[in-house]
Design a protein around this ligand. Sequence first.
Ligand code: ADP
Ligand code: MG
Length: 262
Amino acid sequence: MRPGHLRAEHVGVAVADRDLVRDVVLDVTPGEVVALTGPNGAGKSTLLRTFYRARRPTSGRVLLDGEDIWRMSGRRLARRLSAVVQEPPGEFELTVYEVVAMGRSPYKRAFQGDDAADRRIIMDALDALDVTALAQAPFDRLSGGEKQRVLIARALAQRTGTMVLDEPTNHLDLRHQLDVLRLVRGLGVTAVIALHDLNLAAAFCDRICVMRAGQVVADGPPAQVLTPALLTEVYQVAADVHAHPRTGVPQISLHPDQESPS
Ligand code: ADP
Ligand code: MG
């Protein structure tokens, strides 16, 4: 599971006459964890879709270890890059175990079953996401947060060096939000994670990349990116940024009583 080098080279996505993503340049070095943030509709999911090949850029290229991902076979890409997407698919009759086992399919021939090594990897992924007790439950009957954890377990079972996660903490309670980010951070893989919680982004990510209206407007270490001026400009909120008393990581306090300063 060698961490990948993910590069977006002037990636654009245009639909009809609108640019959903415009000229995005992003270089994520092996093992780096990057948070992707920005207001609703900024283009984060659209950009991430170009990384896991759910959408073809209308301009520019996405490279993994120097290779254009659109020139790779689906299997080859799936062995190197996994994605946790925002809209969980309905998995009908599948159990949680079976959903996580799907993570092994890029390594299989048609109809080839799971061997002992696969089962170990699946069990480890279930355990890492705290869903072992749900293994035999029907996926469709889980809560939003449980589904989310199962889908992360599936990506984990894929054992890829690069992960793309679109708001993976969305439905999760506080403990599981921390668990998921700690886990991804601890894997040593390259990761791009769309995240709204900037305090979590600052705590767990090497860099924060901020998008607005399809473009990257800031990209750098948390302490450099998270400034009151940026929060006002991008989100139209008033906020203080201070160092976390224990870790020194920048943390944001919103001013709930203040009108948006735009
Ligand atoms: P984010 O994830 O940052 O909230 P998205 O990437 O989902 O933003 O969407 C960016 C913009 O592109 C939004 O205004 C959304 O409505 C629009 N959009 C997304 N997908 C399509 C599509 N297939 N066709 C047209 N517009 C789209
Ligand atoms: Mg989105």
